[in-house]
Design a protein around this ligand. Structure first.
Ligand SMILES: [Zn+2]
Ligand SMILES: [Zn+2]
Length: 338
């Protein structure tokens, strides 16, 4: 559905409810769950709002952190007059709200640099694989975490190239931008089909969801890139950039465009999820446990979906589908490797 005023109001209520749910239900788990957006533009590139306005939106809508990723520039996150009047003392404090520095390195393939403090020039390359590897290496060298963005945007990256780009461990499974073609089409696979192809090759790749925020103002339109539509929820020891980035690097997070998990646990034996009952909207869920070649290993319609490993699956991940059309994706568990 298109974003509109009613949806924005509903979204705000939904976000507030999710924030309460997160803090109440997950605080007791080992580590804490922190919700954030890793792909955010401001007026310092082609976004329409000052960084302080963008940051404030996330802070006020149930998020714990946001990564500012303007095109080909590092937007300072802790200095400058645009922050002075807006950043309050709780920004960056453990347990409050965190702004993480970053950049969208805008080469022929776009890669986000998460948690860098300097601009990284696009490194170029001979083909998409070379471009991904060279930029990922430069981002790592600057202390950041590389994330390949929107592979189906202008159909820039395919599954074989992702398999070959071995410097890359993270990609956008869901980018809320309307021109990112997450669902594939015309013979091209969806980003989720690409993901299973990469995982089936035995290569670890983690999938993120993000807003790719550009718009906080302007007329309502399906082509606006509004906030609040794709995010990750990270299980980390504390709300600090090093802890969050280390957890994302390990795959200790799930991606969502609307479904919130009460809990997620994995052991050597099984994966266990817990989903929130929602009597008000009568939301129901269907969870698919997925393995090699995208094969559905089990469907579970309960609020506590569980999958017990057989041992020969190669990997297992879960996709939770809500009756309102939104989803959550957990990260692959490679049997024998994790
Ligand atoms: Zn991009
Ligand atoms: Zn972007």
């Amino acid at each position: 559905m298109l974003p509109g005023r009613k949806m924005r109001i509903m979204g705000s209520v939904f976000c507030a409810w999710m924030a309460i749910l997160l803090f109440v239900s997950l605080a007791a788990a080992q580590g804490q769950w922190y919700r954030g957006n890793t792909h955010t533009h401001t007026a310092f590139s082609d976004g329409d709002a000052a960084p302080s306005v963008v940051v404030r939106w996330y802070k006020e809508h149930g998020y714990n952190f946001v990564v500012i990723t303007d095109h080909d520039r590092y937007t300072p996150i802790d200095q400058g007059d645009f922050y002075a009047s807006n950043l309050t003392a709780d920004f960056g404090q453990p347990g409050k709200f965190l702004v993480i520095g970053g950049e969208e390195v805008t080469d022929k393939v776009h890669l986000n640099a998460i948690n860098v403090r300097e601009s990284i020039k696009p490194q170029g390359g001979t083909d998409p694989v070379d471009i991904m590897n060279r930029n990922a290496r430069a981002i790592r060298a600057a202390g950041g975490l590389p994330q390949v963005n929107h592979p189906n945007w202008h159909w820039r990256v395919n599954a074989d190239q992702l398999i070959a780009a071995t410097e890359v461990k993270h990609f956008e499974l869901f980018n809320a931008g309307r021109d990112c073609n997450n669902s594939g089409g015309g013979g091209a696979p969806s980003t989720e089909e690409m993901w299973d192809r990469v995982l089936s090759s035995g290569r670890v790749l983690y999938g993120l969801a993000s807003d790719d925020t550009h718009s906080l103002f302007g007329e309502f339109s399906m082509w606006q890139a509004d906030p609040g539509r794709g995010w990750i929820v990270v299980k980390a020891a504390q709300l600090s950039a090093p802890a969050l980035v280390a957890a994302i690097d390990r795959g200790d997070f799930y991606a969502s465009n609307g479904v919130e998990l009460v809990d997620y646990e994995q052991s050597d034996q099984e994966i266990r999820l817990e989903l929130p009952p929602d009597k008000r909207h009568e939301v129901r869920y269907r969870t698919y446990f997925i393995g090699r070649d995208g094969q559905v290993l089990k469907r579970d319609d309960s609020l506590k979906p569980t999958y017990r490993f057989r041992g020969d699956e190669l990997y297992v991940r879960a996709r939770v589908e809500a009756s309102n059309g939104t989803m959550a994706w957990t990260q692959p568990v490679f049997l024998g490797n994790k």
